[in-house]
Design a protein around this ligand. Structure first.
Ligand SMILES: Cc1cc2nc3c(=O)[nH]c(=O)nc-3n(C[C@H](O)[C@H](O)[C@H](O)COP(=O)(O)OP(=O)(O)OC[C@H]3O[C@@H](n4cnc5c(N)ncnc54)[C@H](O)[C@@H]3O)c2cc1C
Length: 402
């Protein structure tokens, strides 16, 4: 049977945090947007104990407020007012306070499921956005003037632009024949929700151990979320332990932070990889979020980069329409890529440098690292600049799409 194609304005493959963010940013644009997500969407049942959480930096919290997502996150986030970085070799550390840069928070911590639910709620207000979940793309064919998209349900869509927001293993990126540069850390990030003995007081802790970093991030209430990097073998063993044994091992590494851990919740492990697509765009295709770049979760910046991708792409699409430009054209897409590359490359490079700095365990290097941290802690303006950059409040990213 020959199915008649439907003309739509934008197809986004992947309705995770980043794909939905793009749809939310463009929801008042009048464009007919179709989001294709393969997983079933279920409203959140968790009571704040889901182990998949994201730290969202203050610059991006401001974006979420401007886009109208924040109102649906009220009461669901843990606030971070300070961050303490500790060298596992006890060679000092660094302390960052939001007040040092004139902010009340460095960022917030939220469960990924809450974020996705808030993005769905944002879209309900206005519906030029069609959310198809569960749904899959069967095939995609790039033509000169449009892209032909065949869905599993049998619908055929024609669109001037298709966006890959389908994560690190992006199916769409592979269909486009775009290769990736990748670096496997041969480690897993173990995530879990834990209860410390004392209140976290809204402080995030990052302890650099010889095996990799261990982060304790303040959640809503008294709980913390941990991201504990361990070699693949060690991660496998840690996941297999009873709760009591896992808590014991964790306490050996936590080093008394917040009085130690008194309760552990469910655990999961994720492979730690850095990956960068060789091209973020090609004619009538843009990649955003992890489909374009995945980074070590060391500083919790992956989804933060993705939010900024979504905002910049949304603005470029909007600007192109104002000037009657074809937003699937390489001129427009290159403008998106050029704006995003410096932020993406700088973030990836700093994560790699941090990883290497704390991996080396030679005594002289450990001492040097201690001096370096002390010097940075006392270097007022440099420290403030670093904080402004890492919280994203210094970056020029559109906050509202006009
Ligand atoms: C342990 C860990 C901790 C982290 N902590 C943080 C943090 O604190 N802060 C932070 O900023 N980042 C953090 N990150 C990184 C962050 O999780 C990712 O950057 C983020 O999930 C990327 O979002 P995304 O929407 O691009 O991709 P994903 O979250 O992978 O979403 C992709 C979506 O596409 C769908 N999909 C996939 N294939 C298809 C297909 N063929 N068709 C249709 N749909 C498809 C998937 O079902 C999914 O919903 C962490 C990562 C890890 C592993």
């Amino acid at each position: 049977m020959n199915i008649k194609p439907e003309q739509v304005d934008l197809v986004i493959v992947g309705g995770g945090m980043v794909g939905l963010m793009l749809a939310a940013a463009l929801r008042h644009s009048g464009l007919h947007i179709v989001v294709v997500e393969r997983a079933i969407y279920q409203p959140v049942r968790s009571l704040g104990l889901d182990c998949r959480v994201s730290a969202i930096v203050q610059g991006n919290v401001n974006i979420l407020k401007s886009v109208g997502v924040w109102q649906y996150l009220q009461g669901k986030v843990g606030e971070m007012t300070a961050m303490q970085i500790l060298d596992g070799q006890e060679q000092g550390g660094l302390h960052f306070e939001a007040l040092e840069i004139g902010e009340d928070k460095l960022g917030v911590l939220l469960e990924n499921q809450h974020f996705i639910e808030a993005l769905h709620d944002t879209m309900h207000e206005n519906s030029c956005v069609e959310l198809l979940c569960p749904e899959k793309v069967e095939s995609v064919v790039w033509k000169r003037s449009h892209v032909e998209v065949l869905l599993s349900s049998g619908r055929k869509l024609h669109t001037p632009l298709i966006v890959g927001a389908d994560g690190g293993h992006s199916w769409l990126r592979q269909q486009a024949g775009i290769d990736v540069f990748s670096r496997d850390y041969a480690q897993k990030g173990i995530v879990a929700t834990v209860k410390p003995r004392f209140s976290h007081q809204y402080v995030a802790m990052q302890r650099f151990l010889s095996s990799g970093p261990l982060a304790l991030l303040p959640m809503k209430g008294d709980m913390c979320s941990i991201v504990w990097s361990a070699t693949n073998d060690r991660a496998y063993d840690l996941l297999a332990l009873s709760d009591e044994a896992f808590q014991y091992e964790l306490n050996l590494e936590v080093g008394g932070v917040f009085g130690g851990i008194v309760e552990v919740g469910s655990r999961a492990a994720f492979p730690l990889k850095a990956q960068l697509a060789r091209h973020m765009v090609r004619s009538r295709l843009a990649l955003i979020g992890d489909a374009a770049h995945s980074i070590h979760p060391l500083a919790g910046l992956g989804v933060n980069l993705g939010i900024r991708d979504a905002m910049v792409l949304a603005q470029e699409i909007t600007d192109a329409r104002k000037f009657d430009e074809d937003y699937g054209d390489m001129d427009v897409l290159n403008r998106y890529m050029k704006q995003r590359m410096p932020d993406v490359l700088a973030t990836m490079a700093s994560m790699e440098a941090l990883h290497r700095t704390f991996k080396v365990q030679l005594p002289a290097w450990i001492q040097l690292r201690g001096f370096g941290m002390k010097a940075l802690g006392n270097a007022g303006i440099i420290k403030q600049l670093l904080m402004k950059n890492s919280t994203g409040i210094n970056l020029s990213v559109p906050h509202t799409i006009e």
